[in-house]
Design a protein around this ligand. Structure first.
Ligand code: MLT
Length: 418
């Protein structure tokens, strides 16, 4: 307790000396020590009513609903409404919400030309976050974070435009013209057509693929205080507008440790294939901690049990890859790797289970997305969670501007001798 910064010990002393003789250990247990410091208020954690995770039991719920049920029975648009509003929409509310989104799928014409200014080899996540920030220059009529109506309209604009922007980041990278949205299609179908269709060629979206992608967006829609979500909240806590805050979230997600895991899994599977496809020998090399050999897509900072998203994704991978003309050898390797690892004491004792990223890369690849687009897909899925978290934070009168705690570890007092 007596750490160098001394702030905590002062706070504890205050609590012990305070009226009524506070039980410090109970207080620490109840609150976590970061909440004790009166001077710094609550700077390192937050309460939230959006997503519930129990990592020991492998539970994930959005607004109380088990993710398995939502993935099976609802659509991404319904889930986005649920996250942002706290309730699933009635049929009339859903129609109204979908109509509002449809009205806003187009980008301003100037915004479309914006894409041609980036180098063709720009990473789609860099273009995505730049374009989202740029939206705030076009929609100055609704930037006030303290005006609920303005935040609502910005949220609709973002939900509507992010798939358009995402598809254009891809089109830009392959030098294709930017098609206009087709608002007769549903949310995900429109995104797939924008990404893979061409303005002059008829492109029929496969509804089976659209359904799987819709479900993957649901699975990624929120995951409580991860790196990108807490970035959105932190930036938003300064009362930065929604576009600026979401752009910060996209920046956080672009880092390989957050959004890059499924691409790393694909690389690992490809390497195993190139090395002859011997999964047992790969597992032995992992256990021997051979330099550069890592089991990707297993384990999670929070889950010490099966990530509930992983089981659903595995089923989707089977479904998606069965639509291919010729089987993907990487899927066989992935299945085998999972089977071996799950029955090996080394991984069992370390509670290393497949996570959500283990199969998603294989699915996206089968859908035709290049690896660089995987994180962009994650961002589309995560957008409603980010918006919900921003709104929850901004309307809470107890929230102050974020200021993460620092514990000073530098030199003690020194005399300056010229
Ligand atoms: C997520 O869904 O955001 C990832 O699992 C990362 C995390 O939760 O930390």
């Amino acid at each position: 307790l007596d750490h160098p910064g001394g702030q905590l010990s002062m706070a504890v002393k205050k609590a012990v000396d305070g009226p009524g003789g506070i039980d410090v250990s109970a207080l620490l247990k109840e609150t976590g020590y970061v909440t004790l410091d009166q001077g710094f208020v609550n700077t390192a954690s937050t309460t939230s009513a959006i997503t519930y995770i129990d990592g020991d039991q492998g539970i994930l719920r959005y607004r109380g609903y088990p993710i398995e049920q939502l993935a099976e029975k609802s659509t991404f648009l319904e889930v986005s409404y649920l996250l942002m509003n706290g309730e699933l929409p009635t049929p009339a509310q859903l129609r109204d919400y979908a109509d509002k989104i449809r009205v806003h799928t187009l980008l301003q014409e100037e915004m479309r030309t914006f894409f041609s200014s980036f180098p063709r080899n720009a990473h789609p996540m860099s273009v995505l976050s730049s374009a989202v920030t740029a939206l705030s220059t076009f929609y100055q009529d609704a930037l006030d974070p303290l005006d609920a109506e303005q935040v609502d309209i910005s949220a609709i604009r973002l939900m509507a435009k992010l798939p358009t922007i995402a598809a254009y980041t891809y089109k830009k990278s392959i030098g294709h013209p930017l098609p206009y949205p087709d608002n007769s299609l549903d949310y995900v179908q429109n995104f797939l057509r924008l990404t893979f269709g061409l303005p002059t060629v008829q492109y029929d979206v496969d509804p089976k693929i659209a359904k799987i992608l819709d479900m993957l967006f649901i699975l990624h829609a929120d995951h409580e205080q991860n790196c990108s979500t807490s970035s959105v909240r932190l930036v938003g806590s300064s009362q930065a507008n929604l576009f600026a805050s979401i752009s910060a979230g996209i920046g956080a997600l672009s880092g390989p440790l957050h959004g890059g895991a499924n691409a790393a899994v694909l690389e690992m599977l490809e390497q195993i294939r190139k090395d002859g496809g011997d999964v047992n020998s790969f597992v032995t090399r992992v256990k021997n901690k051979e330099k550069g050999v890592k089991l990707m897509g297993f384990g999670h900072r929070v889950y010490k049990n099966y990530d509930p998203r992983a089981a659903i994704v595995k089923k989707a991978a089977q479904e998606m890859l069965s639509t291919l003309d010729k089987p993907d050898p990487l899927l066989e390797i992935a299945f085998k790797l999972e089977e071996i690892a799950l029955s090996d004491e080394y991984f069992i004792s370390r509670k290393l289970y497949p996570n959500v990223d283990f199969y998603t890369g294989l699915i996206y690849k089968a859908m035709g997305f290049p690896t660089d687009m995987f994180t962009v897909l994650f961002a589309i899925g995560r957008l409603p969670g980010w918006i919900a978290q921003y709104r929850e934070m901004i309307v809470d009168p107890a929230n102050k501007i974020g200021r993460p705690r620092q514990i000073y570890t530098g030199s003690p007092v020194r005399d300056f001798v010229p």
